[in-house]
Design a protein around this ligand. Structure first.
Ligand code: UD1
Ligand code: UDP
Length: 377
């Protein structure tokens, strides 16, 4: 039973769900919490996944405790009716950790996809660093995307035999989606893609950036838009009203800024591939953009994804308004700097992570064995 609730989990779980559905020796029962609604449904629709169970927990302005308790309560009832042989949770959202706890309480083995990411700071990202550490304490099988994440798990005392390096399923999802040339619903984006204008693609949502930091991002974007009339800034806005209220006022009405609703995953990956530079605080976008050779400026102080920083395609720039302005300016005007960052690298996966996941679950359940691990390029 794969269990997930937010957009990034849905994207990263989709290849696993599809691989399980195609495997004749599994019955795959999909449960979603609905921690996200529109942003979750959009992904399931794209991948043709119809959940078997939907806890529908979303409340506007939901608290972390509400996500946790409503998920555990819903799964308690579900597990009482239908007890899977194993559950799979993904990453570090509160859905993911709550589902792991609920399964653990019911004696159901927990498989943790994207295990072992660590920023080293319990408060950043908040609450994700704590969420993933909690899940690591109770998981039976840890699917580490890279050798770095495996090393983090071993350093915390996880048994080596319980860890498999699979690569990240986000690369499976990306590779099956990005070349489909999915049309943009918004005609402005279709025109932009055809125009050849330089695009700065921006996303933000992190809880610890909400408030002052996000208002500063809005001001930095306004300054970039004014200083670079040949550039178009595209900002697919997260559904969270707190994010929109902080970032959007400074850029509203600017002729070279396009603010959209969240793009479907097909549209977003196409926009990534036509972008010149990516500015983000997202985890998933940090993993996808390097494999498309796009320089990524990450508006955070730290990252649990150091591989692309080491490869030189991702730079951590924090959230200071002046710094954001200067780093974008440098990538736009210093060609050597741009070329040094615009290398296609694949530290996060090779497109076979879902296959390795299914094989590792077979081994956990005593009906097969794992296959060769992912080795980073
Ligand atoms: C959640 C995850 C975060 C992940 C992010 C991906 C937690 C604690 N946080 O943060 O780890 O990086 O998702 O985007 O698990 N909303 C809607 N419709 C939607 C989605 C969100 O209306 O489809 C609004 C609601 O008002 C909601 C708010 O956005 O209260 C915040 O959503 P929530 O899931 O609580 O937090 P995120 O910041 O999205
Ligand atoms: N994404 C999308 N549409 C958008 C913005 C992002 O499909 O308008 C995808 C993106 O490709 C990545 C994922 O959403 O795979 C990242 O989600 P998010 O930034 O919300 O969460 P995080 O990865 O930070 O947890």
């Amino acid at each position: 039973m794969p269990i997930y609730g937010t957009r990034p989990e849905a994207i990263k779980m989709a290849p696993i769900v599809i691989a399980l559905q195609e495997a004749p020796d599994f019955e795959c029962v999909v449960a979603v919490t609905g921690q996200h609604r529109e942003m979750l449904d959009q992904v399931n629709e794209l991948f043709g996944i119809v959940p078997d169970h939907d806890l529908n927990i979303l409340q506007q302005g939901q608290t972390l405790s509400a996500i946790m308790t409503r998920t555990i309560d819903g799964l308690d009832k579900l597990f009482a009716e239908s007890k899977p042989d194993a559950v799979i949770v993904q990453g570090d959202t509160t859905t993911s950790t709550a589902a792991a706890i609920a399964a653990f309480y019911h004696g159901i083995p927990v498989v943790h996809a994207e295990a072992g990411l660590r920023s080293g700071n319990l408060l950043s990202p908040f609450p994700e660093e704590a969420n993933r550490k909690i899940t690591s304490q109770i998981a039976s099988l840890h699917l580490a995307p890279t050798s770095t994440s495996k090393a983090n798990l071993l350093a915390e005392g996880v048994t080596e035999a319980d860890v498999v390096i699979t690569g990240n399923t986000v690369i499976d999802a990306l590779l099956t989606t990005v070349n489909k040339h999915i049309p943009f619903t918004d005609p402005q984006l279709e025109e932009l893609a055809a125009s050849g204008r330089k695009v700065l693609l921006v996303t933000t949502h992190r809880r610890e950036n909400q408030g002052d930091a996000m208002r500063g991002m809005g001001r930095a974007l306004a300054r970039i838009a004014d200083a670079e009339p040949e550039l178009t800034i595209v900002l697919p806005a997260h559904r969270n009203p707190v994010v929109r209220e902080a970032v959007l006022p400074a850029i509203e009405g600017k002729g070279n800024v396009i603010v959209t609703e969240p793009l479907s995953y097909g549209e977003f990956t196409r926009m990534l591939s036509v972008s010149h530079v990516v500015l983000t605080d997202s985890g998933g976008v940090q993993e996808e953009a390097p494999s498309l050779g796009k320089p990524v400026l990450v508006m955070r102080e730290n990252t649990e994804r150091p591989e692309a920083v080491h490869a030189g395609t991702v730079a951590l720039i924090g959230t200071d308004e002046e710094r954001i302005f200067k780093e974008v300016d440098r990538l736009l005007h210093d060609q050597d700097h741009f070329d040094a960052m615009a290398n296609a690298v694949n530290p996060y996966g090779d497109g076979l992570a879902a296959e390795r996941t299914v094989a590792a679950v077979r081994e956990l359940l005593g009906v097969g064995s794992r296959i060769g691990e992912f080795v980073s390029s």
